[in-house]
Design a protein around this ligand. Structure first.
Ligand code: FES
Length: 357
């Protein structure tokens, strides 16, 4: 029993609530995406993580602190040496990413949380052959994974299919060949370009046939990360394999963006900390975004249905989940709980939400 306080202290040291960091480098990866390198602003060790983890970033906008998760594209080994790296893509639907792209510069002090496990490799569950399917900035967790394979921190084979419209959209182009060479055959990259013929790349979209050409799809566990339409297309490609759920791991992007074509808006009544608020909720935005736009501060962390921090109770009204990866357990659904980060309103809605601490 005497060890419990020490264990908690150790846990806080390894996973502090906040980490104060300073930006040490900014690299323009392409027209829309920048890579940020960061180190501790207080000369502390950085919290460790497994390849594929994400980290919450806290940004102050108009006097409000808002949080967004980003995948860490640095390897665990780089974190041990004192560096985190994240790639941020300018996006019309993500005003935090746009703010970061337009404002962050070398020397700025910024506030991060602790890394959190998302769809990371699990030896007992995932087997030896990993097939990763990536589009856009969704490549970042797999870039970290490829480096972890090379560093020996991840002991599996990795075949990475990376889709883009043009070659210029592909990120980290100068580094893939070196990673393949250093991996002793454990890591292979297949670039699939939709709109142009490029030597050494497949032309078109990532299909099951292309996957079969380079990987043993019968034994693989599939990891998918990218924009919502790409993730939906990949699930469709894999459907003929009839894989059990545990063999398809989906990385939600923390950005919403699943129902952007939906029209209309609803009245949202929010009970939070003994107060009641009313606001508008668009059919095209997650309920979490509507709560935040109302200037409220709900408990939130991953924004991807993983952590359960945003769990809310639905008093009345209807909603739909973003995808099957909403993370709400069957029993919780039965009793009316949702994750607002992965749910969209389909009528006027009344909900009970936890306030951030
Ligand atoms: S914020 Fe993590 S489940 Fe919603």
């Amino acid at each position: 029993m005497n060890n419990i306080p020490n264990t908690l202290r150790l846990s806080k040291l390894l996973h502090p609530d906040y980490q104060n960091l300073v930006i040490t480098d900014v690299v323009e990866l392409n027209e829309t995406t920048k890579l940020y390198a960061l180190k501790s602003a207080e000369n502390k060790e950085l919290a460790y993580y497994e390849a594929g983890s994400y980290i919450p970033v806290f940004v102050e906008l108009d006097g409000n602190v808002v949080e967004r998760p980003y995948s860490l594209c640095s390897s665990p080994k780089e974190a041990l040496k004192g560096t985190y790296k994240i790639a941020v893509k300018r996006s019309a639907g993500n005003y935090i990413s746009t703010f970061i792209i337009e404002n962050w510069k070398v020397g700025d002090k910024v506030k991060f949380g602790s890394p959190m496990v998302a769809e990371v490799y699990n030896k007992l569950r995932d087997g030896q052959n990993i097939v990763a399917l990536a589009g856009g900035v969704g490549i970042t967790p797999f870039y970290s994974m490829a480096k972890a394979v090379v560093d020996g921190d991840n002991d599996h084979n990795l075949t990475l299919f990376y889709g883009a419209n043009t070659k210029d959209e592909l990120l980290f182009n100068d580094e893939w060949a070196d990673l393949e060479k250093a991996s002793n055959g454990k890591f292979k990259l297949v670039r699939v370009i939709a709109n142009e013929d490029v030597e050494g790349c497949e032309r078109g979209f990532i299909t099951l046939d292309i996957m079969k050409k380079y990987a043993d799809v019968d034994t693989a566990t599939f990891f998918i990360s990218g924009p919502p339409p790409m993730m939906a297309a990949m699930k469709k490609e894999l459907a003929p394999l009839n894989l059990p759920k545990k063999r398809i791991r989906i990385s939600m992007n923390g950005d919403g963006g699943f129902h952007t074509d939906k029209k209309g808006s609803y009245k949202l009544t929010i009970h939070m900390g003994g107060e009641t608020y009313q606001t508008e909720a668009l059919a095209s935005e997650t309920i979490l975004v509507a709560i935040e736009k109302a200037g409220l501060k709900p408990a939130v962390y991953c924004r991807s249905g993983i952590c359960g921090f945003c769990r809310a109770y639905v008093v009345s009204g209807t909603y739909e989940f973003a995808t099957d990866e909403h993370g709400v357990r069957k029993m919780d659904q039965h009793f009316g709980f949702i994750h607002p980060c992965c749910s969209y309103p389909t009528s006027d809605l009344e909900i009970v939400v936890q306030r951030a601490k």
